[in-house]
Design a protein around this ligand. Structure first.
Ligand SMILES: [Zn+2]
Length: 225
C-alpha cells in the first residue's frame, strides 16, 4: 500500500472504506486479491494497523454450514471463557480480564485508587517522622541519588540541620543492580560515565573530612549505608 491513506480517527474514515469485521457484519469479505486501500491506527498495537477495504469491491461471504457455525460458536465461547473472569470485587462494577484479575485482584481504577490512598498514608507517615527528626538540632540529613528506585547509591551527601554540608561525593556503584535507569538519570542527571571514576561507597564516606570543629563524624551513618 505505497499510497495508502493512514487514518488516525474512526470518524474520519469515509463509509465506503471498511474493515474486515465491518464487511463481515454485512455478509461480505474482500474479494480474492483485493488489497486494502487505507489503514486505521490501532492504538493498542500501533505496528498492526487495521486494514480498510473498498466495500464496493467486496464479495458475499460463502454462507457457513451449520457445522461450521457450531464450531465457530464453540471456539468463540471458549475464547471468551479463557479471557473473561468477571467483575472487579472491589467496586463490583468493572469487568476485568482473568489475567489482570489474577495479577492485581481488582480493576485498574480500583488499583489506582488504592495506590493513591497508600501514597497519601506513606506521605503522612513521612511528614510525622520528619517533624520528629527535624525537632532535634543535632540531627543530620543523609541524601542519596541512586541508579533506580531500588538501585545502588551513586551520589551521597550528609548535611546538618543548619544546611552545612559535611560530605558530598559521587559514588561508583558495584554495577550489581545494573546501570542507572533512564528515568533516574532524568531526575538526577547522572550517568554511569559520570560516576565511573568515583570512589565506592565506603571510601566515599570515609573521605568526608570537613567535620565541624569538636564534632566527630557519625559512624552510625557509615554503618548503616
Ligand atoms: Zn474496581
Amino acid at each position: 500500500m505505497p499510497d495508502a491513506v493512514h487514518f488516525t480517527r474512526w470518524e474520519d474514515i469515509p463509509s465506503h472504506l471498511q474493515t474486515r469485521t465491518q464487511l463481515a457484519r454485512q455478509g461480505l469479505r474482500p474479494a480474492r486479491g483485493q488489497a486494502p486501500v487505507a489503514t486505521m491506527l490501532n492504538r493498542l498495537q500501533p505496528q498492526a494497523p487495521y486494514a480498510l477495504y473498498e466495500s464496493g469491491q467486496a464479495i458475499p461471504k460463502r454462507p457457513a454450514t451449520p457445522a461450521q457455525c457450531a464450531a465457530l460458536a464453540t471456539a468463540r465461547d471458549r475464547a471468551y471463557a479463557q479471557r473473561h473472569y468477571g467483575t472487579c470485587p472491589m467496586c463490583g462494577d468493572t469487568e476485568v480480564w482473568r489475567d489482570a484479575l489474577a495479577r492485581w485482584g481488582q480493576c485498574g481504577a480500583c488499583q489506582e485508587k488504592e495506590e493513591l490512598a497508600q501514597r497519601d498514608a506513606d506521605r503522612a507517615d513521612a511528614v510525622a517522622w520528619a517533624r520528629t527528626v527535624l525537632a532535634d538540632p543535632q540531627a543530620m540529613v543523609l541524601d542519596t541519588e541512586t541508579t533506580d528506585l531500588y538501585g545502588e547509591v551513586i551520589e551521597i551527601a550528609v548535611l546538618t540541620m543548619a544546611g552545612e554540608v559535611l560530605l558530598e561525593s559521587l559514588v561508583c556503584p558495584t554495577g550489581g543492580l545494573g546501570p542507572s535507569s533512564p528515568v533516574a538519570t532524568e531526575v538526577h542527571g547522572l550517568t554511569m560515565a559520570d560516576v565511573a571514576e568515583a570512589p565506592h561507597v565506603c571510601p566515599a564516606l570515609r573521605s568526608g573530612r570537613s567535620h565541624p570543629p569538636g564534632r566527630e563524624p557519625d559512624r552510625r551513618v557509615e554503618q548503616h549505608v
